[in-house]
Ligand binder design. Structure first.
Ligand code: GLA
Length: 358
C-alpha cells in the first residue's frame, strides 16, 4: 500500500498541475487581441487592492485611472498635489507590466475652481490661467514621464449644442481656443515621447464628427503636437450604426491621427444626458432581448476595430464588470445597467465569447 502513495500523489499532483496550467493558459481579451491593440480598463486604487484585480491581470494589458488623475482630484489647490492615489495605479501597472493611459489634463469638469479665480474670488486673466495650466500639465506629465504612454490632453471641448463649435467653459471664456493648443504644447514639452490625444463623446454622431474634425484639422494644420483622437465610446444598444463608426474612424484618421476607443461601454438604455427619469420597463433587468442587442452592437464594433487595426492603437473599457459601472448612477441614479463584458459576478457574459470569436 505504502508503495502506491508516491504514485498516487504523483497522479494527484500532476492532475492538479494540469488543471492549474489550464487555468493559467485561459486566454484573456489582451491575448486574443495581442496582434491588434492593447485592451484596457478604467480603474480606481481601491479596485486594484480587491480580489477583483485578478480579473484585470487575466484580461487586460492597459489601464486608465478612472478619476484620480483628473485635475480636481490630483491638484486640489494651487500649491497642493494629491499624488498618492495616482502613484498607486502607476506603480501597480509597472509592477504588472500594464500600459497606462493618463486621463485627463484639461477638462471643464472635476477641476478645482481655484484654477479660474484670484485670491479675492475674481476671474483670473488669460496669462494667469495659461500659466496655471502650464504648471499643472508640466508637473503631472513630468512625474509620470516614461510610465504613461498616452495622455488625454483635452477632454470634451466641443459644445453639446450642435449649432455651436466650442463649449462655453471658463477655459474658453478666458483663453479662447488657445487653451487647447497650449495644453498640447505643454504636454509635449514635458514628455516628447507621450502620445497626445483629444478625447470626446458622441464622437460618431454625424454632426459631432464634423465639429471634432474641424477642431482636429485646425490643430494638425497648425502643427500642434497632437497624435490621436479618443472616441470615448459611451455607446448603447441603439448607437452608433456601423456606417457612423466607420465614418468617424476614417475621417479622423485621414488627418494622420491615430484613433483609440478610450471609455467603452454599451448601455442597455438610450443615452440621453438630459433625461434623468426612469421609464416604464426600465427596471434594471438584463433581459434576453437586451442581451442580444448588446451582443450585436459589441460584435459589430469589434469587427470594425479589427479591420482598422492600422489606425486603432487601443481599446479601453470604462470599468471592469457589471458589478460596478458609472452607468448605475448616470444619467439616471439607481437604474442598474449592464454595459460591460463581465457580469455582476465577474464571469464572462455571452457577449465576451462573441467579442473574442474571430
Ligand atoms: C467622461 C469622462 C470620464 C468619466 C465619464 C463618466 O466620459 O471623460 O472621465 O468621468 O465621463 O464616468
Amino acid at each position: 500500500m505504502k508503495k502506491h502513495i508516491p504514485l498516487l500523489s504523483f497522479f494527484l499532483f500532476s492532475s492538479l498541475a494540469f488543471a492549474q496550467s489550464k487555468i493559467d493558459s485561459t486566454k484573456g481579451l489582451k491575448d486574443y487581441y495581442q496582434s491588434y491593440f492593447p485592451i484596457g480598463v478604467a480603474v480606481s486604487p481601491q479596485l486594484l487592492k480587491s480580489a477583483d484585480a485578478n480579473l484585470i491581470l487575466q484580461q487586460f494589458n492597459s489601464m486608465t485611472p478612472e478619476n484620480v488623475m483628473k485635475p480636481g482630484p490630483i491638484h486640489p489647490a494651487e500649491d497642493k498635489y494629491n499624488w498618492a492615489p495616482a502613484d498607486e495605479i502607476v506603480d501597480y501597472a509597472q509592477a504588472n507590466h500594464l500600459k497606462v493611459r493618463g486621463h485627463t489634463l484639461c477638462w471643464h469638469q472635476q477641476t478645482g475652481d481655484w484654477f479660474f479665480k484670484d485670491a479675492s474670488g475674481n476671474p483670473v486673466s488669460k496669462d494667469v490661467l495659461l500659466k496655471r495650466l502650464k504648471d499643472h500639465i508640466t508637473n503631472v506629465v513630468t512625474r509620470y514621464k516614461g510610465k504613461i504612454y498616452a495622455w488625454d490632453v483635452v477632454n470634451e471641448a466641443i459644445a453639446d449644442d450642435s449649432t455651436k463649435f466650442l463649449r462655453d467653459t471658463q477655459w474658453y471664456k478666458t483663453c479662447g481656443e488657445d487653451f487647447i493648443t497650449k495644453a498640447f504644447e505643454y504636454a509635449h514639452e514635458a514628455d516628447p515621447d507621450a502620445q497626445l490625444f483629444y478625447n470626446d463623446y458622441n464622437s460618431e454622431r454625424p454632426e459631432k464628427v464634423e465639429r471634432i474634425y474641424r477642431l482636429l484639422k485646425k490643430l494638425v494644420d497648425a502643427k500642434v503636437p497632437i497624435h490621436g483622437v479618443g472616441l470615448q465610446g459611451h455607446w448603447s444598444i441603439f448607437e452608433p450604426k456601423e456606417s457612423e463608426l466607420r465614418n468617424a474612424i476614417e475621417k479622423f484618421s485621414s488627418l494622420g491621427l491615430k484613433v483609440q476607443i478610450t471609455e467603452l461601454d454599451v448601455s442597455v438604455y438610450k443615452w440621453e444626458k438630459n433625461d434623468r427619469a426612469l421609464k416604464p420597463g426600465e427596471v434594471g433587468v438584463f433581459t434576453a432581448e437586451l442581451e442580444q442587442k448588446q451582443i450585436e452592437k459589441y460584435k459589430m464594433a469589434f469587427k470594425v476595430f479589427r479591420e482598422y487595426k492600422n489606425v486603432i492603437t487601443g481599446i479601453t473599457f470604462w470599468n471592469l464588470s457589471d458589478k460596478y459601472t458609472w452607468l448605475d448612477y448616470y444619467p439616471v441614479r439607481g437604474r442598474k445597467n449592464f454595459p460591460l463584458l463581465f457580469d455582476v459576478n465577474l464571469k464572462p457574459k455571452k457577449v465576451f465569447w462573441e467579442v473574442v470569436k474571430f
